[in-house]
Design a protein. Structure first.
Length: 178
């Protein structure tokens, strides 16, 4: 791995302000990778595909993992990720089916840097849209699973403050310097 590359994950609750935070980091000149799940939903919907979380969750997860692996490999310098391969593995762990060995191996070979930043549930800004059909209760359950999963996989975790996006970006950058 390139020692000058840092892979920083912004994960957590759906509609917790992750994408907005990443947009500000991109405006500030940082390398940013968009959330694989939202990109896949858009692409699958546009082409009439079936890899959607509400129609074929396993295919969707496989597409997310493929995209997440490619994003991980493309990193150069300081890069921020809207979610990570850990999120996909956490989804698998929440299902009744076994996590495929090749997926489990990915989380050992494709490590991100600590700390990982988690956006907490923020009901005041929660919205559903075409790519996010689930409600706030499902988003909170997702957050609870991720909050357990990242530390269990050896990651230091920081909870993002509920503040304006510029202050949030400053806070993340200060945490990386400290």
């Amino acid at each position: 791995m390139n020692t000058g590359t840092r892979r920083i994950v912004i994960s957590g609750c759906s509609s917790g302000g992750k994408s907005t935070l990443l947009a500000v980091l991109a405006e500030r000149g940082f390398c940013v990778f968009e959330e694989p799940g939202r990109a896949i939903v858009k692409a699958e919907t546009a082409k009439g595909g079936t890899g959607l979380p509400w129609s074929d969750p396993k295919r969707f997860a496989d597409l997310v993992i493929t995209r997440g692996k490619a994003d991980w490999q493309a990193a150069q310098g300081l890069c921020f990720y809207d979610r990570s391969l850990i999120d996909a593995v956490t989804w698998y762990e929440g299902q009744t089916e076994k996590v495929p060995d090749q997926v489990r191996n990915l989380i050992r070979t494709h490590r991100y840097d600590s700390p990982v930043f988690l956006a907490p549930p923020w009901p005041e800004i929660y919205v559903q849209d075409a790519e996010r059909r689930h409600g706030l209760d499902a988003a909170i359950a997702e957050y609870a699973a991720l909050r357990k999963s990242y530390p269990a996989k050896g990651y230091d975790m920081r909870i993002l403050p509920k503040t304006d996006v510029a202050a949030r970006a400053d806070w993340v950058l200060a945490a990386l310097d400290g």
